[in-house]
Design a protein around this ligand. Structure first.
Ligand code: SF4
Length: 400
């Protein structure tokens, strides 16, 4: 049975009601339950648990130290392409947004990776919009193969593929696949995704299972907070995580908690999750999923990131760019503008466009980041907090 069947049978309304009505006794019991259930998770994300976070934070911190030690893995995203055939209302790369686009060549990708390697990174997340013509599995395999000799940790965040399409990418050296469901609310999902293959909710929901079958050894899931009720999303992610831990048990699982950021298209979030609620959610995930990696990106502001690091986070990005070529300017000579999905060559030529100082930028980014500190600054911060920054925790030789 795939997670789709389990998700369809999930009693979300009942769990939400449990959360809404949770008493402080319920919260106390769930906090110390050695094998927490989804009902315990619902208690820990309840308004009652949110009123006094100290006990939850303490438990989360203790579990994180016990399971992971005082180490934080660092990673950086490399955006390979911002071409996309989907319209996702909340995303700057949406097909219909009139933005500057480019797909990096393999040489461009290597240039970007080497710049990140200089900064210390050995874990890279290759990110791309969904466009089978530009971002095929052959292209992804080629990029991975080229990078693999230099960077031991390569994960992907790309449009969902078939198991067989993933296999050559895994064989080329990719170890992880990240796919966010965005929202687990079918009705909102259908409103947010108005064109393109991403409209298929179930196909996306089953992606981690196909990735696992293809041999990926790290799987990442999550919801994008700002679309549906955050507690509903969190319970769904928790159910998804529990399913994957049971059925894809050889893989390492990570959960991300991205909140919507401003982007091209000027989408306004439909719901709001406060900073305090984000802290509560991080801690609830840690208490109920002690061995799962929790990811925090540069979407969140510096002060909040600093506060979350000791509470349960195990993997963070730093110095991120969300546009292809963002680290080195690679691909700048091939930037084009698209309008409603059609390429409109820049009248005066891309290089001339790029030579105007205020436009001397790369392709358009996916969203604005909130924490612009460099990798070195984050690394120093971690050391000041008593943590060891981990740039590399894997090498292909370990699979030999
Ligand atoms: S969220 Fe992904 S699929 Fe949707 S428009 Fe953005 S890049 Fe494309």
């Amino acid at each position: 049975m795939s997670f789709v069947a389990e998700f369809n049978a999930l009693r979300i309304a009942e769990l939400l009601e449990r959360s809404r009505l949770a008493t402080s006794t319920d919260v106390q019991k769930s906090l110390v339950n050695g094998s927490p259930s989804l009902a315990d998770f619902a208690h820990l994300i309840s308004p009652t648990a949110g009123e006094s976070l100290e006990a939850l934070c303490r438990r989360s911190q203790a579990l994180t130290r016990q399971r992971f030690g005082k180490v934080i893995r660092l990673f950086a995203p490399i955006y390979l392409s911002n071409e996309c055939i989907n319209n996702c209302s909340y995303c700057g790369f949406s097909r219909d947004n009139p933005i500057l686009r480019v797909t990096l060549s393999v040489e461009d990708v290597l240039r970007e990776a080497r710049a990140l390697k200089e900064q210390g990174f050995r874990n890279l997340l290759l990110v791309a919009g969904e466009h089978p013509k530009f971002v095929s599995n052959g292209y992804m395999a080629e990029c991975t193969r080229a990078l693999q000799a230099e960077v031991p940790g390569i994960s992907l965040e790309i449009g969902p593929m078939e198991t067989e399409e993933y296999r050559p990418i895994v064989e080329a050296g990719a170890e992880g696949l990240v796919v966010y469901q965005e929202t687990y609310d079918r009705e909102i999902y259908s409103r947010m995704h108005t064109a393109g293959p991403k409209r298929n909710f179930d196909w996306r929901l089953e992606t981690p299972e196909r990735a696992y079958d293809a041999g990926f050894r790290r799987l990442g899931i999550g919801a994008l907070y700002g679309l549906a009720d955050w507690r509903m999303e969190a319970i769904s992610v928790a159910a998804h995580a529990a399913y994957l831990l049971r059925t894809c048990w050889k893989a390492q699982l990570t959960i991300s908690l991205p909140r919507l950021r401003p982007s091209a298209g000027d989408f306004e979030p439909l719901t709001h999750m406060t900073d305090r609620e984000l802290v509560q959610l991080v801690c609830a995930f840690r208490v109920c999923f002690p061995d799962v990696g929790l990811v925090l990106s540069t979407r969140e502001p510096a002060k909040l990131r600093d506060g979350l690091i000791p509470l349960g986070i195990t993997l963070i990005s730093a110095g991120s760019h969300t546009e292809p070529g963002g680290y080195t300017g690679a691909g700048k000579d091939r930037i084009h503008r698209t309008e409603k999905g059609r390429i409109v060559e820049l009248a005066s030529g891309a290089s001339e466009w790029a030579s105007v100082p205020e436009r001397a930028t790369n392709a358009t980014g996916q969203f604005d980041i909130a924490d612009a500190r460099s990798a070195r600054e984050i690394s120093e911060l971690l050391k000041r907090l008593g943590y060891e920054p981990v740039w590399k925790d894997w090498d292909a030789v370990l699979t030999a």
